[in-house]
Design a protein around this ligand. Structure first.
Ligand code: DHB
Length: 509
């Protein structure tokens, strides 16, 4: 009798959970997958279960982008808690569909390591839907970020159904995607986003993450113009070839930067305050560190780009002088760009004499600008100041009708030729929501404990100040930050995967 009741209760229970699965669009179905294989560059085959096209919000506005894919390797890593790599392919602040893993980036590598991979799509500056005969732009800021926060919530909401630990989410992105990754890391559970996420029908779950991997994050957008001019202004009449009007804009922007730097109250590792007065010396320490590692790894550094080397009259360079230094042995490329100036063909590295003693920063910045022409001022909020063309940032801060917009008072005032023009309240809020710097120490969000931040030593897409300030602010608030400016690296991401995955293993310990 008792047994019968139990059976009946079981049947009712099973039926109601099946009904729940059907009625809950955010519930993950572990049985609904296809089997796929990735062929890795080393010939290894990695087989995994693919769960694709999953809806991560209840109120989908744009079904082209608001879905995610989950990939679960057949052989999960043999560790107590398997992490989830959440990789966004956002670039240029544009929309990005949910993609498949690639053998040549962190997604393929993560699967090979036995980690779960999630690749969400998200709306962006160019995503549109047709509504009552009108084209609506769906991905204006902060909607792309909201989508990815909803994707994090989906992973947590379905934690018991999806292999891998939703408490161990590593977000990863490059450039605008690196910026979004930094926002995901900085804005966990921040109440400022709650009303938007509710409206979208995001899962009722937390959205903080364990770690953020940020390659060349194009962020701190409302200060990026002044930071760019303050740093690169030294090239205005040289390699940058600015005209008079551009120089005026450059100098106006540059003049705003010291107050901003000083307002941050950043400290170096020894606890010294970083100010506008000592910032350039501080920046040099990162570039010199990059050059030193390059030398140790076998790269050659020419003597024409600002680095000064130890002068050893009896040294292996054959007498006095400041010739190029060459590292020990051959540095092999990782296949994703050029890490060195070309490996030297004869090992000449000398531990005592081949090191950098000084850096002429202006000369080095001119070198960077000679490799890839700099952006013209203003580098980001450019629309209507000296040229009519909107930047990717002007577009993402645009409106539903697809009209791009200014997002700094500086550019708005120049465009309108009105020195008292003000950004409207809504824009001020959107700009605030898109800047991770606002959330690191505001006491209201759960900031990721672990950060991997890279910005190439010759990447001029944004000023070096942007990633440095982000990294130092995080470090100053007690986060674990692995920050580096990889030598001779242009604007790119997911390179040197050994470096990245060794760091992932360390953070999991
Ligand atoms: C990207 C690059 C930029 O220079 C920029 O201003 C915005 C985005 C990108 O590659 O994503």
């Amino acid at each position: 009798m008792n047994k019968k009741i139990t059976m009946a209760a079981l049947i009712v229970g099973a039926t109601s959970s099946m009904a729940m699965a059907q009625s809950d669009p955010l519930r993950f179905d572990p049985e609904n997958f296809t089997r796929q294989t990735l062929f890795m560059p080393d010939g290894e085959e990695v087989t995994y279960k693919a769960y694709e096209g999953l809806q991560y919000v209840k109120n989908v506005e744009d079904s082209t982008y608001q879905t995610l894919n989950i990939y679960v390797p057949e052989h999960l890593a043999d560790i107590p808690r398997v992490p989830i790599l959440m990789r966004t392919y956002v670039g240029g602040y544009m929309a990005s569909t949910a993609k498949s893993p690639s053998p040549s980036d962190a997604t393929g590598r993560a699967l090979k390591e036995g980690y779960v991979v999630c690749i969400p799509g998200s709306r962006g500056s160019n995503s549109t839907i047709e509504c009552d005969g009108k084209t609506i732009y769906t991905g204006t800021a902060p909607n792309g970020l909201l989508d990815l926060k909803a994707a994090v919530r989906y992973l947590r909401y379905n934690d018991s159904l999806i292999p891998g630990e939703s408490e161990l989410i590593f977000t990863d992105g490059t450039s605008a995607g690196g910026a979004i990754s930094s926002l995901l890391g900085a804005t966990g559970n921040a109440p400022e986003y709650e009303p938007y996420l509710k409206r979208m029908g995001a899962a009722d779950a937390r959205d903080d993450v364990f770690a953020a991997i940020c390659y060349c994050p194009i962020t701190d957008l409302n200060h990026a113009d002044m930071e760019y001019e303050w740093l690169y202004g030294c090239t205005n009449t040289g390699v940058r070839h600015l005209n008079e009007q551009q120089i005026v804009i450059s100098e106006e922007l540059s003049a705003q930067c010291p107050d901003y730097i000083n307002s941050l109250g950043l400290k170096d590792k020894a606890g010294n305050l970083i100010t506008a007065d000592n910032y350039k010396e501080f920046l040099k320490t990162f570039l010199i560190q990059s050059a030193h590692r390059a030398l140790q790894e076998g790269c050659e550094i020419p003597d024409t780009i600002g680095f000064k080397f130890y002068q050893d009259k009896s040294g292996p360079m054959g007498g006095p002088g400041n010739g190029p230094r060459r590292g020990m042995g051959l540095r092999t490329d990782d296949g994703r760009g050029a890490p060195s100036f070309g490996p030297g063909n004869a090992p000449r590295f000398n531990k005592t004499s081949d090191y950098v003693t000084a850096l002429d920063l202006d000369k080095y910045l001119s070198f960077v600008a000679s490799v890839t022409p700099l952006k013209t001022p203003p580098a980001f909020d450019q629309m209507g100041v000296l040229i009519p063309t909107p930047s990717p940032e002007n577009k993402v801060f645009g409106n539903k009708a697809g009209e791009a917009a200014n997002f700094t008072e500086f550019s708005l005032r120049h465009r309108l030729n009105d020195a008292s023009a003000k950004l409207d309240k809504d824009m001020v809020k959107r700009v605030y929501l898109m800047n991770p710097m606002n959330f690191i120490d505001n006491g209201k969000s759960t900031v990721a404990q672990n950060w991997f931040i890279r910005h190439g030593a010759k990447d001029r897409d944004t000023s070096f100040l942007v990633p440095i300030n982000l990294a130092v602010k995080l470090e100053n608030t007690g986060k674990n930050v692995d920050f580096f400016l990889p030598w001779n690296r242009p604007h790119s991401g997911d390179y040197n995967l050994d470096d990245l995955f060794n760091w992932i293993v360390r953070t999991l310990k």
